[in-house]
Design a protein around this ligand. Structure first.
Ligand code: PRP
Length: 196
């Protein structure tokens, strides 16, 4: 399916149905961690991770609390600047809590790496991370991601929370934004659909 959106061609990378199904699989994995009895303190990264977090927590069976941080690295560009910035800190203390960081995408890894270090200094009981998307081709720092929804190639992805210049976040599917006319039909966008 192709859509002309004015800033290039938007083609579907992962359908809403495939996302829903994968989110449920991730939730089953997360429910199983530590026998699933402890409350999980879920930390979302604004803004991109908000749609994924909203669906993920509703798929979980274990009790959760939520908090958000806001980080910024891209601004309105498609390339990250060097250092992530913390725009909004945690509202609640996390000492002795089981923390799950929820990200929409791990690209260079700078944002998640910085955030995990930041949270670690606040002494949670446990700390894990889940990312809906992993783009290993762009990695600049070695960062641990405990659970991944989809591993993708180096394409600019929008939808399901992810933006280009603040647009497209509302799309229920994940799409790839390419300059008009550059996409070939046999492009294999998703290389791995399974978690590690
Ligand atoms: C995106 C995304 C991740 C980060 C990943 O955030 O939501 O937080 O970049 O990139 P990295 O691995 O190269 O650090 P962005 O700064 O675009 O803000 P947004 O979530 O508000 O769109």
């Amino acid at each position: 399916m192709m859509h002309a959106m004015g800033q290039g061609d938007l083609s579907v990378l992962v359908t809403a149905e495939a996302i829903r199904s994968r989110v449920w699989e991730l939730a089953v994995e997360i429910d199983g961690w530590g026998n699933g009895v402890h409350e999980l303190h879920v930390v979302g990264v604004l803004k991109g991770g908000v749609v994924f977090l909203a669906d993920l927590i509703r798929a979980l069976s274990r009790p959760v609390t939520i908090d958000f941080v806001a980080m910024s690295s891209y601004g309105q560009d498609t390339k990250p600047s060097s250092e992530p910035r913390l725009i909004k800190s945690l509202d609640e203390g996390i000492e002795d809590r089981d923390v799950l960081v929820v990200e929409d995408i791990v690209d260079t890894g700078c944002t998640l790496s910085w955030l995990l270090n930041y949270i670690e200094t606040r002494r949670p009981r446990s700390l894990r991370s889940v990312a809906l998307l992993d783009k290993p081709a762009r990695r600049q720092v070695d960062v641990r991601v405990d659970l991944v929804g989809f591993r993708i190639q180096d394409h600019f992805v929008v939808g399901y929370g992810l933006d280009f210049a603040e647009r497209y976040r509302h799309l229920p599917y994940l799409g790839v934004l390419e300059p008009s006319g550059t996409r070939t039909e046999d492009d294999a966008f998703v290389t791995t659909l399974d978690a590690e």
